[in-house]
Design a protein around this ligand. Structure first.
Ligand SMILES: [Zn+2]
Ligand SMILES: [Zn+2]
Length: 279
């Protein structure tokens, strides 16, 4: 089969790879949609692809694409009917961990205590090809009412947003500030608004804020700098606001994620405040 590889320096190569066959616990998906994520662009632009970012295949070119969605076409030994059977429509979560540690066992294989064994599309063959092999435990069934394209988006970006909302225990009676309205932030805005929460959307781009409004954000704040931090100490107490950091573009955001799951508070005038008050 042909597979798309990002060797770096904004090049795309279409190379030949053997058709995959599933080993124990594995399946092969026939890919119907494969998304392009913001992180794919990093590998695409970097001097020598993922390897120049400290990632990359152990040997040889790697098929890109970590937002896989498709149909099961082959099932290896040891995969139960309930996990996967031929013909099932599936999304795929693109990490392979040990499968048994406390993180893997609760579905957070990207945090495997043994270290992530494979990141599909980056250190292992991904979904920019006709077929993709992966462990059955990395699959999530795709409901009939969702398209393959929607499933591909959910496999990474939108799923990441859902994971963040789930982690902070957000419910429809919360107010949530979402920092950054890129694909992940917009997904969080869409999901939170649909759940009934009041969404305060922050971004530097008018276009993204306009999209956030379409997706249900009630309050828009245009930040003055790329990274905007809300200092809970600067907010006077009138109403509770959950302040997660959902700016996936910022490593700082990820590092400080835990601090921003705490409850903050806001003054009545917060909606009118300029972003500089919060940076
Ligand atoms: Zn991604
Ligand atoms: Zn593990």
């Amino acid at each position: 089969m042909k597979g798309i590889v990002f060797p770096g320096n904004r090049k795309v190569e279409l190379l030949d790879f053997p058709d995959p066959t599933p080993g124990p616990g594995e399946v092969v998906l026939e890919i119907k949609a494969s998304g392009m994520c913001g992180s794919d662009l990093k590998f695409y632009r970097a001097a020598s692809g993922a390897s120049s970012l400290g990632l990359g295949a152990k040997s040889g070119p790697t098929i890109a694409g970590h937002e896989p969605c498709g149909v099961v076409v082959a099932v290896g030994p040891g995969v139960s009917e309930k996990q996967a059977r031929v013909g099932m429509r599936m999304m795929q979560h693109h990490y392979r961990g040990c499968g048994v540690c406390e993180h893997c066992a609760t579905g957070w294989m990207q945090m495997c205590v043994e270290g992530v064994a494979e990141v599909y599309g980056i250190t292992g063959h991904g979904a920019h090809a006709r077929y993709m092999k992966c462990p059955a435990r990395t699959l999530v069934p795709l409901p009939d009412e969702l398209s393959f394209e929607a499933g591909a988006a959910i496999s990474c970006g939108t799923g990441t947003a859902w994971g963040a909302l789930h982690r902070i225990g957000m419910t429809g009676d919360h107010t949530i500030a979402i920092f950054g309205q890129g694909p992940v932030g917009l997904s969080a805005t869409l999901l939170a608004a649909k759940m009934g929460a009041r969404v305060i959307a922050l971004d530097t781009s008018d276009e993204r804020l306009a999209r956030a409004r379409q997706f249900g954000a009630e309050v828009l704040i245009k930040s003055k700098t790329r990274t905007t931090w809300c200092r809970p100490s600067a907010i006077s107490p009138t109403a509770a606001v959950r302040i997660p950091s959902l700016d996936a573009s910022s490593p700082e955001a990820r590092r400080r994620y835990a601090a921003y799951t705490q409850l903050g508070q806001r003054p009545a005038s917060w909606v009118k405040a300029t972003a500089s008050r919060w940076t």
